[in-house]
Design a binder for this molecule. Structure first.
Ligand SMILES: [Zn+2]
Length: 94
């Protein structure tokens, strides 16, 4: 079995989330308290789809969290006052 790259898994997860959201759209609370599919609440299909969606969302969040950070340049700290004074009195040469 071939492992998916992060980008491939991200695309796969988004397709899975879209699929379960389409299913979830057909399972909503009816006036009598049952699910629109006819099952009593909590509907097992709706629960399973919601769990699947949350699982993929959590994995996507981890994937996006580990994205490369932008490179930043190091900032040089200013020379401390005492060092400038030592250099002024005794020279900075070694
Ligand atoms: Zn249902």
């Amino acid at each position: 079995m071939r492992a998916l790259s992060g980008e491939q898994f991200g695309a796969y997860a988004r397709v899975q989330i879209a699929a379960v959201e389409q299913i979830l759209a057909r399972h909503h609370l009816m006036r009598g308290g049952d699910c629109s599919c006819g099952r009593p609440r909590p509907c097992s299909v709706a629960q399973s789809c919601a769990q699947t969606r949350e699982r993929y969302r959590a994995r996507l969040a981890l994937l996006e969290q580990t994205a490369a950070w932008p490179r930043v340049r190091a900032v040089r700290a200013p020379t401390p006052r005492w060092r400038r004074l030592v250099v002024a009195l005794f020279g900075g040469g070694r």
